[in-house]
Write a protein that binds this ligand. Structure first.
Ligand code: IMP
Length: 197
């Protein structure tokens, strides 16, 4: 199925493609279609994902798929949450930086021993911009924030996100393992199951 993909983060895009292409989806990143990034003004993942999907569908005339995701840390009241990509930004014009986001997260947690966290991915599929019944699927991936970076795979907060069941951070997992269990993989599996029904 030819679908507009509302994503600009190249590594996130690769994860989505790795899961959906084998299922017969033809994903066309919105950047390739000359579509600008949507605003993400909302305080919940689901509202932002819906806004991105609608924006992509309206601009491309294709069905559209969008993911809004982020890291929620219990001891920080769910922060950085929907601000994950921009956590360390002080002005809107400053470029996004995973390294500075990670530094800020470590500083915010300090020596705290309450380091439970989870990634959230909300994926929205709209058949067209005014689809009254968008398909919405959600995935969560639970772990804890360690005090030093480990691993160089993945992206974003992966080097700080420790998974006891693997004794590895998400950045130490190979791409195939991450794509089998991550929040994004879980959300996509739920979405595909809904589409099949
Ligand atoms: P979005 O592009 O607005 O959805 O922002 C997603 C942000 O959440 C990314 O820039 C990362 O900071 C963080 N994030 C989401 N998924 C992951 C992941 O799988 N690993 C690490 N960080 C992630």
């Amino acid at each position: 199925m030819k679908t507009g993909l509302a994503a600009n983060n190249a590594k996130k895009l690769r994860e989505l493609e790795a899961i959906l292409t084998p299922l017969g989806w033809e994903l066309i990143p919105q950047g390739q279609l000359g579509v600008e990034e949507a605003e993400e003004p909302h305080v919940t993942f689901v509202e932002n994902a819906l806004a991105k999907a609608r924006h992509a569908a309206r601009a491309t005339g294709l069905p559209a798929l969008a993911d809004d995701s982020g890291l929620c840390v219990d001891a920080l009241g769910g922060a950085p949450g929907v601000q994950s990509a921009r956590y360390a930004q002080t002005t809107a014009s400053e470029p996004k930086s995973d390294a500075r986001n990670n530094e800020k997260l470590l500083a915010a947690l300090g020596e705290s021993c309450h380091r439970d966290a989870h990634f959230v991915s909300v994926i929205v599929f709209v058949r067209h911009a005014d689809d009254p019944q968008p398909l919405i699927a959600e995935g969560e991936w639970h772990g804890e924030i360690i005090t030093e970076h480990r691993g160089d795979g993945g992206f974003g907060y992966d080097p700080l996100f420790y998974l006891a069941e693997f004794d590895k951070t998400a950045a130490e997992l190979d791409a195939q393992s991450k794509n089998a269990v991550s929040h994004r993989a879980q959300a996509l599996q739920a979405l595909v199951a809904r589409l099949r029904r």
